[in-house]
Design a protein around this ligand. Structure first.
Ligand SMILES: NC(=O)c1ccc[n+]([C@@H]2O[C@H](COP(=O)([O-])OP(=O)(O)OC[C@H]3O[C@@H](n4cnc5c(N)ncnc54)[C@H](O)[C@@H]3O)[C@@H](O)[C@H]2O)c1
Length: 254
């Protein structure tokens, strides 16, 4: 039985992941943390603990894996706590770019960790297609447009930032332009645009525009299950992985 703790247990992702764990015959939820609804049940026999108590509770429950979908600064604190307590990690929280070096140093070869800005299988394939397209038509104008629900806190999305990174790995350093207003001559940049509204789960479109034609590569998530299923799959995978830091490429065998 794989034992799991979840941080962000009351969130949109955290609560869906808990539902997935509860249904999985090979998994058991042993701890859950949030800063809201502390003391309420999130599964049979599991009550939400305040995030401040994470160290003590990880020590007493000793889960195999901590799954974190919170906010960036909380995720860094939770990663530290997991490493102190020898707990493997699956982290889906986005906005971690400014903390990348710190996180790499904390994890080193202390635990096994999968950190991914997007756990959906489709998005991971989408990134592969972008790298391929950039190889052949990277000199066309490239624009990334992403759309998410009105509650999303960070912009642009981690998935859009990673899409840009994947193409820059092929094309070399390129300027990034975030939205445009007023007089703004297009150069060789990659443009990124973030739309926020309603309950959009997550759309990403990359437009390659040439003379007289264009190609659009698009991914649309219909439900958060696309991410939750991937995170649970990563939790199974990380159990047997040698210590170190991994992405979804390794989990999916791409
Ligand atoms: N990697 C992926 O596939 C993927 C998919 C969807 C969302 N995300 C990211 O996951 C994160 C959460 O998304 P969401 O839509 O569930 O957000 P949400 O706001 O619904 O949930 C976040 C939860 O974290 C809790 N929280 C805040 N600080 C905490 C702390 N210190 N310890 C424990 N819990 C804490 C909040 O109270 C809230 O319940 C965001 O960064 C989002 O961008 C990633």
């Amino acid at each position: 039985m794989i034992t799991i703790a979840v941080t962000g247990a009351r969130g949109r992702m955290g609560s869906l992941i808990i539902e997935n764990i509860t249904r999985a015959p090979d998994m058991k939820l042993v701890a859950a943390f949030d800063i809201m609804d502390v003391g309420t049940h999130c599964a049979e026999n599991v009550v939400i603990s305040h995030a401040d108590r994470i160290d003590a509770i990880l020590k007493s429950t000793h889960p195999d894996v901590l799954i974190d979908f919170t906010i960036a600064d909380a995720a860094v604190r939770n990663i530290r706590s997991a490493v102190r307590n020898n707990v493997n990690l699956v982290v889906g929280t986005t906005g971690l770019d400014p903390y990348q070096d710190e996180i790499t140093e904390i994890i080193a070869d202390n635990v096994s960790a999968v950190i991914a800005p997007n756990f959906s299988i489709g998005v991971n394939l989408f990134w592969k297609l972008l790298a391929e397209a950039a190889l052949y038509i990277g000199d066309w104008d490239i624009e990334i447009v992403e759309a998410h629900h009105r509650h999303k806190k960070d912009a642009p999305s981690g998935t859009a930032v990673h899409a840009a990174r994947v193409m820059r790995n092929v094309l070399g350093e390129k300027e990034m332009v975030y939205g445009r207003q007023g007089i703004c001559q297009r150069g060789g940049e990659i443009g990124i645009h973030a739309i926020r509204g309603g309950d959009i789960v997550g759309d990403h479109l990359v437009l390659f525009a040439g003379d007289g034609e264009r190609i659009e590569i698009k991914h649309q998530a219909h439900s958060r299950q696309a991410f939750a299923g991937g995170a649970v799959r990563a939790a199974r995978w990380v159990m047997d992985a040698p210590k170190g830091l991994y992405g979804m490429d390794e989990v999916l065998g791409f």
